[in-house]
Design a protein. Sequence first.
Length: 378
Amino acid sequence: MEYMKSFEKIIAEQLVRVEKMKTADEFVDFEKLDKIVVGVIDGDGIGPIILTEARRVLNELLKAEIEAGKIELRTIEGLTLENRIAKNETVPADVLAAIKSCHVLLKGPTTTPSKADNLPNIESANVTLRRELDLFANVRPVSIPEKNLDWIFYRENTEGEYVLGSRGVDINEDISVDFKVTTTAGTKRIARAAFEYAKANGNKNVSIVTKANIMKKTDGKFLDLCYQVAKEYPDIKTDDWYVDIMAANLVNEQIRSNFNVFILPNLYGDIITDEAAQIQGGVGTAGSANVGGKYAMFEAIHGSAPRMVTDGIAPYANPSSILKAAEMLLRHIGFVAKADSLSAAVDFSQSSKNMTGDASGDTATDFADCVISKLKEA
Ligand code: NAD
């Protein structure tokens, strides 16, 4: 029976993966660091334009901390399409080493060549960075202040239905089987990341989302382990929901503002975060972060917009999304008051600047000037 051999091989591989996770780095306690190094990566296309503005804003917002040596903004050179092609490496070794010398990253968008570009077939830098830095949590905030909604989703990014997504087996023409995997190490690390965030941001409520009544082994384990981690955070109110009712809760105006931090296995996280982003105004409006035990990378949700560069309108790129990513970075390292100030200044600038994305509107520099003057007022 060929499929039994295939199953044995899959299990053996998963056991090796688990052992690797067990020896991975523990969660960083930023409070204990003398200095936090923030790597700033320009990226491609409009990346250097919006990152220049983000750097200016952060230099103003963190002036005192930078002067005191508590924070360093360190520019990481060389994660450009030209350099990646020249070295024929997705993330050149020297760039990766420089990235690994930082604690957290603010990353500009990087271009992944498509077949039509007639360029060497370089892999996505993000896929490589997620793997190299073991960024296991996909974190997406969704906020609608006027409706009192302040949600953040911690989606497990490496297991569940996805880890063996292309390894299912057609037993015969009548039966096909896929696999779903939950591990202790994989679950505990996503749970801990979510609870650490909730703690660093004023002990927000945490909700665990599963289908543990049906998927008793995998989701059952996920749920039990999340509650085990919850015991380490006695000041945080924790509850759990099945994913079907949670999908309904998000559109239930009576109760949805009670939720803050969500922990979800991979597939449910994929679906529920798109629903939440749509409630906010569309999948393009939510920021995104990839977080690991040791490293975390914060990004604009959009790409490098190469056409804006060739059309000569790159200076009109909107830096809002990268500034939202910077806000998430500040929350991650426990700089909650700074994150709140940045959020307020970006919201104000969004309502007072006209970011049309072309010469009929304001530039990225105009937008950042507005953010900086608002920060100076505060
Ligand atoms: P894109 O998001 O780069 O751009 C699509 C369009 O959205 C642009 O032409 C522009 O009109 C608009 N736009 C995007 N960002 C904007 C901004 N800040 N201000 C104003 N308008 C903006 O999507 P794409 O064209 O599909 O991708 C271009 C490249 O980016 C591809 O190589 C892709 O692989 C890469 N990409 C990288 C990341 C990342 O690094 N995280 C994410 C997505 C796409």
